[in-house]
Ligand binder design. Structure first.
Ligand code: FES
Ligand code: FES
Length: 132
């Protein structure tokens, strides 16, 4: 049912924790399952130089957050905003259909963290217009 990569990121999640004095924090919850995901980012210039997450949720949500942090580490904010849940799922080698929403949570938490950063720094990104 789960790929080896999902199991690996669930058993050994990368970048777990929080960042003190993070430049942006995003938290999203899924009303259906009650799972909660929080992502912290540290931005230097335009580069996401650190990202950490805490997920109170299912294994797929943990694996999705873990992979998402790896995918955006070291990227520019603009690049990170292009991350989609599909990319997260592909990177994991697939997720069962009922678990797709777990990867959506990762995309949303990341966008929420960047939105928080953008708001604090009076920056505007086209990809975030839905948040306004
Ligand atoms: Fe039970 Fe997500 S609903 S683990
Ligand atoms: Fe809800 Fe995975 S079951 S995030």
């Amino acid at each position: 049912m789960y790929t080896e990569k999902v199991m690996d990121h669930f058993m050994n999640p990368r970048n777990v924790g929080e960042i003190e004095n993070a430049d942006g924090v995003g938290e999203v919850g899924n009303v259906k399952c009650g799972d909660i995901m929080r992502i912290y980012i540290k931005v230097n210039g335009d580069i996401i130089e650190d990202v950490k997450f805490k997920t109170f949720g299912c294994g797929s949500a943990i694996a999705a957050s873990s992979v998402a942090t790896e995918l955006i580490m070291g990227k520019t904010v603009e690049e990170a905003l292009k991350l989609t849940n599909k990319q997260v799922v592909d990177e994991l080698g697939g997720l069962p259909p009922v678990k797709i929403h777990c990867s959506v949570l990762a995309e949303q938490a990341l966008k929420a963290a960047i939105y928080d950063y953008a708001t604090k720094n009076d920056l505007h990104y086209e990809a975030l217009k839905d948040f306004d």
